[in-house]
Design a protein around this ligand. Structure first.
Ligand code: ATP
Ligand code: MN
Length: 593
């Protein structure tokens, strides 16, 4: 049994569960975050032994060779002479400094610029069209096909680059998925130390070299970010950027963009391919669990609050972005978090603020003359970010796993200010909203998005779904049924009017809604049926003004509210027509009237 597996075994034992959740809990800092009912859970890092998500990785710097790792045979990369594999954090830091890849900040972190691209390039993502995966992939605007020759052209350029211009390269070997049953071995090849750092923060770090002595990757990413595809037109591509996945060869190649999120969400897209084909649900959601083990998931598109709301001092963080749900329960895909830093404050988000310390990696944050990060400065991009290993959050869950979820929250950031801050969904409504995947995009993580626009994205993550959305919907439906999971819709967006008139819901009010969902107290309140959308809206909750709970009351112009609600309802209806097809369960009746 590997060290990691053994670690998780121990964590599953009742003795350890008790150890992690003693009955004496201290009152949390009320001034900082709000609600009086909340208590803090004890910090894990102070009390539990090593386990999978808590590993900081190899302790010794190791040089290795391409041939001993089998990289030469598997990829054709043969020339780089210095190969660093899974560098320990202090070494990563040294390399970043020596390579002059960015700057050291006052709080001891490293800050890089990701260059021209400060977000993912979804329009430049491709899959090689070939058998047998061509029968399974959901081809379209999201999963675009390229011929094997086009892939070969780009792949060969990447390998040639490594064989001509690169002496020193970095190899991260680790896992995607904490569950030993369902996880995949991933190998990330990069030329830049900070990209190695990013991979180390975000994927699951093996603890020792022995553990990965006979490592065979299930998938390899070759990051050749410095390659610019000038001949993209002849290749029939969209731009100089190309991120191409070859499912049959278990490889992907990244060219033209330095943005680290391509590696993270690239592997996520592959997980969304592999897992459902094995009957395991894969989800774009964050997850945490209470002291009694009650697990909650927070689905939501970018900027809706997955990372912000899952970092909760009263609960153990399982993960902030990507999870699987198999027959044993929930498991994180990742070993770290990727938080937005725009306007980050200790007052509003203390857990995330305090996670930004040595070994965290800042991206595109402007650093003041005195070395302090300026989170209010968005002159480079709105999408400023930090990645950090998950154990930087005090009360993280070391196993990276949780029980079958008791509650599921769909987060939406409704820029129209129409949807209530919290609504209870029937099972049918849950499926309707899962397939709709509504939000209004605010300044975001994708190129060219600076103004809010409504966005429907199936599964709250259509950009990463490699199979047809109904595959995920069917899996989810089966699991909700089996485990009696309750679903809610939470609007973290506008109140008192739409974008430009009203304002964004306070994090405090949203947290109060989340608290009421997670402790079940919401079910004891009085609900009324929303007349257009049909879901149930609580009339009173602690720490949320009742005017805010009922958006129509919060708008000064009721006529304008009614008109906007009708407009939004029509958008839902129009969008949903694509999910009405012969042979598919029709959930239309669970949507707006
Ligand atoms: P991604 O998929 O891109 O990682 P995410 O769902 O994790 O996105 P967050 O990183 O949590 O989104 O972003 C939510 C942002 O909105 C944060 O910057 C947070 O400070 C801000 N915010 C403002 N008001 C609220 C609110 N009421 N609830 C949640 N977040 C809020
Ligand atoms: Mn996030």
């Amino acid at each position: 049994m590997s060290q990691v597996t053994r670690g998780m075994f121990m964590l599953g034992s009742p003795a350890l569960r008790r150890l992690r959740a003693p009955s004496s809990i201290s009152l949390r800092n009320l001034a900082a975050v709000g609600s009086q009912r909340k208590t803090t859970v004890p910090s894990i890092s102070k009390m539990s032994p090593m386990a999978v998500a808590s590993s900081s990785g190899f302790q010794k710097a190791m040089k290795t060779t391409l041939s001993s790792l089998g990289i030469d045979k598997a990829t054709g990369i043969t020339k780089p002479t210095t190969i660093y594999r899974n560098l320990p954090y202090p070494e990563v830091f040294k390399h970043e400094e020596q390579n002059k890849e960015g700057e050291v900040t006052k709080n001891g972190t490293f800050c890089v610029s990701t260059g021209q691209f400060t977000g993912r390039s979804p329009k430049d993502k491709y899959f090689v069209k070939q058998a047998p995966s061509d029968k399974k992939l959901d081809w379209g605007k999201i999963n675009k096909g390229v011929a094997p020759e086009v892939y070969k052209n780009i792949y060969d350029k990447a390998v040639k680059h490594y064989n001509t211009n690169v002496d020193k390269m970095y190899v991260f070997d680790g896992y995607c998925g904490t569950s030993p049953k369902s996880r995949k071995n991933v190998r990330i090849i990069t030329e830049l130390a900070w990209q190695h750092h990013f991979a180390k923060n975000m994927f699951i770090r093996p603890e020792t070299e022995e553990e990965v002595a006979n490592f065979v990757p299930d998938f390899t990413i070759i990051n050749a970010c410095k390659i610019v595809n000038e001949d993209y037109k002849e290749l029939g591509l969209n731009s100089e950027v190309a991120v191409v996945f070859n499912v049959e060869e278990s490889k992907a190649v990244i060219t033209g963009t330095w943005y680290g999120g391509e590696m993270k969400k690239g592997i996520f897209s592959m997980m969304n391919y592999w897992l459902p084909l094995d009957g395991v649900m894969s989800m774009h959601c964050s997850a945490n669990k209470g002291k009694d083990g009650d697990t909650a998931l927070f689905f939501g598109l970018s900027g809706t609050g997955k990372t912000t709301l899952s970092a909760d001092p009263a609960r153990y963080l399982i993960g902030d972005d990507e999870h699987g749900w198999d027959e044993d329960g929930i498991f994180n895909f990742e070993g770290g978090c990727y938080a937005k830093t725009v306007n980050l404050s200790r007052e509003n988000e203390p857990e995330i603020y305090d996670a930004i310390k040595r070994d965290a990696l800042l991206e595109n944050v402007i650093i003041k003359k005195n070395g302090e990060p300026d989170y209010a400065d968005v002159s480079r991009t709105e999408n400023t970010r930090v990645s950090y290993p998950i154990y930087h959050i005090d009360n993280y869950e070391p196993s990276g796993m949780g029980d079958h979820p008791k509650s599921i929250v769909f987060l939406t950031c409704d820029a129209f200010g129409v949807l209530p801050p919290v609504s209870r969904l029937s099972p049918g409504q849950a499926m309707y909203h899962f397939l709709s995947g509504y939000t209004a995009k605010v300044a975001g993580t994708e190129r060219g998005v600076t103004e809010p626009t409504p966005n429907f994205s199936a599964g709250f993550g259509a950009a990463f779904l490699t199979l047809h959305p109904t595959v995920y919907a069917d899996l989810l439906q089966e699991k909700l049924d089996k485990h009696g999971t309750q679903c809610f819709l939470i609007n973290t967006g506008w109140t008192g009017g739409g974008y430009g008139v009203g304002k964004r819901m306070s994090i405090k009010a949203t947290r109060a809604c989340v608290d009421a969902v997670l402790d079940g107290s919401i079910n004891k309140t009085k609900f009324t049926k929303e007349p257009v959308f049909g879901f149930e809206v609580p009339q009173e909750l602690p720490n949320v003004p009742s005017k805010v709970l009922n958006p129509r009351e919060a708008w000064s112009d009721k006529g304008s509210y009614d008109a906007t609600r009708t407009k939004l309802a029509d958008m839902f209806k129009n969008n949903f027509t694509k999910f009405v097809k012969p042979g598919m369960t029709d959930y239309t009746a669970y949507g707006p009237e």
